[in-house]
Design a binder for this molecule. Structure first.
Ligand code: UTP
Length: 293
């Protein structure tokens, strides 16, 4: 079985749900505690054994590129001030993985963003990780999907149960043959009306694809919202191949949504050894003051 070594991280969306913060910077650069969201995603990929990462950039791509590049002036300053811990952290960041960038000329949709990775990915299985979806440190979704791929040899999509009334915000999968977290996808549709949704299983931001997704993306016409939808390409794969779902339940935050961003900040800060205890005290005070709980 081919080892999965490449990840594609689309980060070229307009981030309109997070204006005005995203007017001049990609939402993937919004800090969660002290790291931009995309750094969590890159670290998750590296922890799962991926060493080649392609970030799809749009307008305002500069900060993304700079973040993963060396900054000799900063390194020099840190060195001369004896801030060795900070220095090690910024140098390490530039050496996390082999990180490449490619431009999506226009934000024509997630499917289109993935299609521009074709040349870089070549004829190999690869993962797609949405740059605005972060998982907490305890999440095993990505390594689990990679492990499953060894068994099934077909594309796998991460799924999560959501309240039926929320399903219209997501891609939605109909499944059968559910065996623990693994199931077989029988149909998939982007943002269905709640009353027409085939299930309450929502597509979340982690996918493992065989390279034939690229051929299908070429035939996808603009769909929901006038965008080239990745979901529609997955539906086309289903016509001739199996696609599996991997169902997980927690630890994922869509930081492109203001309320989820706030949740992620609180949860991830609480999990930090250096900040957690003091932050927990502060939260208790807030809870007391606001008369919550
Ligand atoms: P979203 O739908 O969450 O991104 O896409 P968006 O379009 O920026 O969001 P809003 O609704 O305007 O706030 C999921 C991921 O796909 C990327 C986004 O950057 C995000 O990481 N994306 C989306 C692209 O790279 N290109 C696109 O054309 C669309």
């Amino acid at each position: 079985m081919t080892r999965v070594t490449k990840a594609v991280i689309p980060a070229a969306g307009l981030g309109t749900r997070f204006l005005p913060a995203t007017k001049a910077q990609p939402k993937e650069m919004l800090p969660v505690v002290d790291k931009p969201a995309i750094q969590y995603v890159v670290e998750e990929a590296v922890a799962a054994g991926i060493d080649d990462i392609l970030i799809i950039t749009g307008r305002n791509k500069r900060s993304l590129e700079d973040h993963f590049d060396r900054n000799f002036e900063l390194e020099h300053q840190l060195q001369s001030k004896g801030k060795t811990g900070d220095l090690a952290e910024v140098v390490e960041l530039a050496e996390l993985a082999d990180i490449h960038f490619v431009r999506q000329g226009e934000p024509l949709g997630l499917g289109h963003a993935v299609s521009v990775a074709r040349k870089h990915v070549g004829n190999e299985p690869f993962v797609v990780m949405l740059g605005d979806d972060i998982m907490d440190d305890h999440s095993t979704v990505l390594p689990d999907m990679i492990k499953q791929f060894d068994q099934v040899g077909s594309s796998i999509v991460a799924l999560m149960e959501v309240p039926q009334e929320s399903i219209s915000a997501y891609g939605c999968a109909a499944v059968d043959q559910r065996d623990g977290a693994l199931c077989r996808i029988t149909g998939i549709v982007e943002k269905p009306a709640a009353e027409e949704a085939p299930s309450n299983l929502a597509v979340m931001g982690r996918y493992l694809f065989t390279p034939d997704i690229f051929a299908e993306l070429e035939h996808v016409e603009p769909g929901v919202g006038g965008e080239i939808q990745l979901t529609d390409a997955i539906a086309r794969v289903l016509a001739h191949d199996d696609v599996y779902g991997w169902v997980f339940a927690e630890g994922r935050y869509d930081i492109g949504k203001k309320i989820d961003y706030l949740r992620a900040t609180v949860e991830l800060a609480l999990q930090r050894e250096d900040l957690g205890p003091e932050f927990r005290e502060f939260l208790s005070e807030v809870v007391r003051r606001e008369g919550i709980g």
